[in-house]
Design a protein around this ligand. Structure first.
Ligand code: ATP
Length: 581
């Protein structure tokens, strides 16, 4: 068994009992079908005598056969949906268990296609193995019974079967390849379309609608071309199969009639033989369909399994190494980095090098530095989106590695620069980190970010549905901040938006940060002069290293890069003031 087929089988293995039941029911249904021509011959041979028994047997066969087929059909249909469900659930879980780095490396649209469209291809494939076994056995049994009736006529039939088989064996793999290519194009289409729709404003502002559309249409066209290739070849296979069998039926009729005339064959046997010849179409059709479905399913299963190569975060901390919980020393920094070096991929330059940094339990630490200095990387390390290559991070003096990822994150709150709105209402967004927060807590944080008046003015209040386009950039930042400060985190990590914000938002953010810094730790990636001026300590990063650290006045006096960064912020701020005036 090839490794790709083994992959498909691995999806089916948990359903072995159902597969076996389906196989057995299929065999019984086939046996009923196979017996029908023989019983028909019995009816014909009884002409002139009592036909009650043979006719009863014939009707019973049809009814029982139909009942069993129905049961098998439902069983296999249910199995297919369960296989798809299992695959989807495993993909969805894998996505959310994955490391941020490995997940964000892949286009999200393509990841979505894996869960939606590729899994759908398992539908027919899941019952195809049963179908192939059933139809092969039915075909062999039909041929054997034909042989029992007349060997010469069997010869004609076999010749037709061999020709049909040869055509199928040649064309089937090319059909599978074309289907696989079609599915891959759909995956690419998903990836590009998703990216383009996210950037729709830039697309339109760049007047790139036609170019983007053409690029994505190319994937759609490629998929269509591959599918058409598959459809054409499938049509050829079917036509040859049908014509082959029909021609052989005509040959059987001619040769059979001649043999009957010679007295070498009974008329009733000829009729039974012809019935088998027509019936042979059933297993051949089934075999063709199932082989095609199996090929599509094998390719889809392989693509789905690629998802399992996505690296997942460990779910539990190494229990043995976790020291017992002790009250943290209030004089000790809440977070500390010691000699931390990290890179995004082996062989690339480290994004941060040899970082030593303490984040005190209270107060505001601002991180500044030119673009690419490693500010975001520093946050990724603190949030454990990225693991250090050397050096270590400490939380309450205990190494990060002795905590679970969830344990570390439970102590931190994070406001992304792009402050995403999750699907749902304002309430859903506020409750996202702490689903059990009370109405009072929600009102308190809304007041803290000065959104209470705005929410009160809405007809549906907190239950107003939010789409990312219905909220302004400033409001979005305030919602994200409200979400982050809902349950007083030990450390608030705030990646300030680079875009200038309105005065109200700026004042609300600043006041919140001040209040938080009085009781806990706040670390900001500062993009505003007011934030830097407000900070207790400022860390200047350059080229992945801590270049300087101190208060605003100290750094102004000692660090040239800091002076230049502050000057740039001052110009940006005065630009805003001028624009406001
Ligand atoms: N996902 C990633 N994969 C590979 N390299 C990355 C990734 N993210 C950042 N880098 C690299 O790591 C270095 C530090 O980047 P980082 O994003 O931390 O800088 P930054 O100071 O936050 O910059 P900015 O102010 O522009 O956001 C840069 O050289 C960057 O190219």
């Amino acid at each position: 068994m090839g490794p790709r087929l083994r992959t498909l089988v691995s999806f089916l293995r948990p359903h072995t009992p159902t597969l076996v039941a389906g196989l057995l029911l299929g065999l019984v249904a086939n046996a009923a079908g196979l017996a029908t021509p023989m019983v028909t011959k019995w009816v014909l041979d009884s002409l002139g005598g009592s036909m009650a028994w043979p006719l009863t047997a014939l009707i019973a066969l049809v009814v029982v056969g139909a009942g069993i087929s129905l049961r098998q059909w439902i069983l296999m249909g249910t199995l297919a949906e369960r296989v798809i469900l299992d695959a989807r659930v495993s993909i969805i879980r894998r996505y959310f268990a994955a490391t941020v780095g490995d997940l964000t490396r892949r286009p999200s649209g393509e990841l979505v296609t894996r869960a939606t469209s590729d899994t759908g291809l398992l539908r027919e494939a899941s019952s195809s193995i049963v179908g192939i076994v059933n139809s092969s056995l039915a075909m062999i049994a039909t041929l054997v019974l034909m042989g029992v009736l007349d060997l010469v006529l069997l010869g004609c039939t076999l010749a037709a079967v061999v020709i049909v088989g040869a055509v199928m064996a040649t064309l089937m793999p090319t059909i599978a390849k074309a289907q696989e290519a079609a599915q891959e194009s759909v995956g690419r289409l998903g990836g590009t379309l998703d990216g383009a729709l996210r950037a729709i404003r830039t697309v339109k502002a760049s007047r790139a609608e036609a170019r983007q559309s053409a690029r994505i249409e190319a994937d759609a066209r490629e998929s269509a071309e591959a599918s058409i290739r598959a459809a054409r070849r499938t049509a050829v296979v079917w036509t040859i199969a049908w014509s082959g069998i029909q021609l052989s039926v005509i040959a059987i009729l001619g040769i059979g009639a001649w043999r009957a005339e010679q007295g070498l064959l009974e008329i009733s046997s000829l009729i039974a033989f012809l019935l088998y010849a027509f019936q042979l179409m059933g297993p051949i059709t089934e075999l063709t369909q199932n082989v095609t479905a199996l090929q599509a399913g094998v390719a889809a299963a392989a693509r789905i399994r690629q998802i399992e190569a996505i690296e997942v975060e460990p779910t539990a901390p190494p229990a043995a190494s976790a020291p017992p919980a002790v009250e943290p020393d209030p004089t000790q920094p809440v977070l500390a980095l010691r000699g931390v070096t990290a890179r995004y991929a082996p062989g690339t330059e480290p994004a941060v090098r040899d970082i030593d940094l303490d984040i005190p339990r209270r107060g505001h630490t601002a991180v500044v530095g030119p673009s690419g200095a490693g500010k975001t990387t520093l946050f990724s390390l603190m949030l454990r989106f990225l693991e250090p290559e050397s050096g270590e991070l400490f939380l309450d003096g205990r190494p990060y590695r002795t905590y679970g990822h969830g344990e570390v994150r439970a102590r931190l709150a994070y406001v992304e620069q792009e402050t995403p709105i999750v699907p749902g209402t304002i309430r859903d967004n506020l409750l996202f980190t702490h689903p059990d927060a009370t109405e009072e807590e929600l009102r308190a944080v809304l007041a803290a970010v000065r959104l209470d008046g705005k929410v009160d003015a809405l007809d549906e209040g907190l239950d107003t549905p939010l789409t990312s386009s219905a909220v302004s950039g400033g409001e979005r930042q305030r919602i994200a901040l409200a979400r982050a400060i809902l349950r007083t985190p030990d450390v608030l990590l705030l990646d300030e938006a680079t875009a200038q914000v309105d005065g109200l938002t700026e004042a609300a953010l600043q006041e919140c940060v001040r209040e938080r810094a009085a009781v806990g730790a706040v670390v900001t990636i500062a993009h505003r002069l007011s934030t830097v001026l407000d900070a207790d300590t400022i860390v200047v990063l350059e080229g992945g290293r801590v270049r300087a650290q101190g208060s605003h006045d100290e750094l102004l006096a000692t660090d040239e890069l800091y002076r230049r960064l502050v000057e740039a912020l001052r110009i940006a701020t005065s630009g805003l003031v001028a624009a406001d005036a």
